[in-house]
Write a protein that binds this ligand. Sequence first.
Ligand code: BES
Ligand code: ZN
Length: 845
Amino acid sequence: MTVKHFYETFHPGHYDLYIEVNREQKTIKGTTTITGEAIEDSIMVNQKYLTIASVTSEGQEVPFTVDDEKEAIKIDLGKTSKTEVEIKYSAPLTDTMMGIYPSYYTVDGVKKQIIGTQFETTSARQAFPCVDEPEAKATFSLALKYDEHEGETTIANMPEIKVEDGVHYFEKTVRMSSYLIAFAFGELQSKMTETKDGVKVGVFATKAHQAKELDFALDIAKRAIEFYEEFYQTKYPLPHSWQLALPDFSAGAMENWGLITYREAAILLDPDNATADQKAYVATVIAHELAHQWFGDLVTMKWWDDLWLNESFANMMEYVSVDALEPEWHVWDNTYQVSEVPAALNRDATDGVQSVHVEVEHPADIDSIFDSAIVYAKGSRMLVMVRALLGDDALRKGLKYYFDQHKFGNATGDDLWDALSTATDLDIGKIMHTWLDQPGYPVVSAKVDANGHLILTQKQFFAGEGKEVGRKWAIPLNANFVAPQIMSDRELDLGDYSDLRAKAGHALRLNVGNSSHFIVNYDETLMADIIAEVDDLKPVDQLQLLQDLGLLAQGNQISYAEIVPLLPKFADSDSNIVIGALFSAVASLRKFVTPDSDEEKNLKQFTDQLSSKQVERLGWEAKETDTADELQIRPTELSAALYAGNPAVIKAGHQIFVQNEADLIKIEASVRPYVLINEAKNYHSSELIERLVKEYQTAVDPYFKQDLMAAITSTQDKEDLKQIVDNFENNDIIKPQDLRSWYFSVLSNKQGEQLAWDWIRAEWAWLEKTIGGDMEFTSFITVTAKAFHTPARLEEFTTFFEPKIDQPGLGREIQMDTKVIATKADLVTKEQAVVNQKIKEAITK
Ligand code: BES
Ligand code: ZN
């Protein structure tokens, strides 16, 4: 179905925006004047929730009709020509975290607000009438008035020119898409610096925060801009780059050109008490949004079907840039391989998943393609393959060409492949279409056949049920022995195995470095050979081995029981990512044991056995001599030991709590969540939970708040949990932006599961009203499926969600999540006995 885009009726060239916000009365009033070219006699301009007072063209009133379903105003100009259209309108100022909206916070007990904006994907139309499509690029001159008082700061995409009669006038923007417009005002503090080429860089936040929390972001932002100018060989084209932390923010961050907005946890850090993970997270978010200033803002996808041009690229560039700025952090291993890769491999294995490139029209469907596992994680994996095939020099040359060709304009995926083709002989477009246009990914089976030949076969991998439809991919093999660079056929005969093995001198492996998007199923001979050398493998290869085995088990290609005896091999590792992969494999066994059963006792004992040595060695307290890996291994081991119920660990954790009772935020950040969780679980009192809730309410540090949330929701007391769920809709305690985490945490607590599940079903209408229409909305369904793995829950899930399947934006999510639960439920039924048997054998050894 082709849907007509409004851009086909009208090409805006310039907007004069006059916007007046009244916080007191909660109203917006405005006049938008658009000069442009009418392509048809009747033009279509977007609006949503606006009350249109008048429409004039060149001074004359013109007939118009408002079509709320199409989120449009149809304006009858009667002729096609260059023209000027003026629209007067008003709108309510609402707390939806979309369009123009207030963010709430408290300083010294006084409630305050900052006004900010969030326009991607289709909410600019809630702030002013516009052709709200990425292709409709224009220049914008913003004039902004509000019920201003002394001491407020007003910022926007461009610098302010003047203030006249209380109206703030901003410089005309460069040619850009409407979804990237932004402004904000309120009582802000800021820190400023400049890049070596004179771009002003600033970080803004409310005055509730300590000034030092802005420093880390400022340093990263400045250096990231300098890095991108060099990498893309294209200058940052605006005079400033502001980073603004907003107390209420639906997504993680938003790349508005020149005024990037963030949720507080994604930008503010206490430099004196931050973990390596927090630093890496904040740095990668900033690097992501700054990558968009080129990929997304300077060159924008023509339509949302090519969203990956924005998001997949920004996602890869996060790691390219942070790795260049802070090589010691090893973000490719420590973050990319640990979070993006498994997210992509898991989600993309479910039948019914969308491809990275996907046709969309309806606004709710546009929001629904911002799937972090697909357009972000899988998409970045696609580009990591491109980068590996081309090399950085060719990639940069191609990108320079791409920016030169399309700057201040729009592009499609094929424009990118054309640009990269100027720098390589590979038919990169052809290879990449197999990955971008098809959902899923292959499992490559490697086996030695009856003639002693090594045979590779590719086939789509499914976790659980999946319909084989004959998909094939052009797979970069990355073999550690003689093999073609790309495998495009279904089957490949690599010749005599003994010869290959002898020449290589080591066990044969594919996808070395885990940089291609496929998994490998080795036959028994090949796997035994790898296991024999497992200690010599690099950490990332060990992590890959565990990840792939877990997936193969989900796909019924091996049994979970085969994984259990391998786990102790990794327990003594000194690599943080191996330990992480180990305990995430151990955690995946939890679904096989029923609470309070002997099996659970066994799993706890097994976990204790795997963690006790390291926990004893590392203890709760960080030491001067700790390596970077040790600092990150410690919390993973402690968390495992707490699950296992290790009495010494429980006691020592309690002591840290007692020592810091007066000032809990001071506890070293990497162990702080576990100190608090330990207390809430093992030294519980209702007063303690009450105190933690109070502390949560007044805490300003976003990471401390996360730790408190984790502790509060880990209580085993049903009464506490009931109270917590009662607070889900009390935004004085839980902000809507944080509700999903709260919900998921209570749902994942066996004592709270039923309460949370009852709540979401009873309050679905409220949730839809409060969070609906937002990218976060469907993720409430995703996390529900993440917590469930029994046939009974599957049935309840289907009963509740199936009737909603035709709702725009929800259908795919519901279908996929139903499958996710069904897969786990099947697996548990089938494998429970053998897995528990293996766990039992592993502990008696
Ligand atoms: N463009 C997105 C934010 C966005 C997504 C706005 C969907 C509206 C709808 C932004 O660049 C982004 O990707 N943010 C991520 C954080 C990032 C570091 C992965 C997010 O918000 O999760
Ligand atoms: Zn992004």
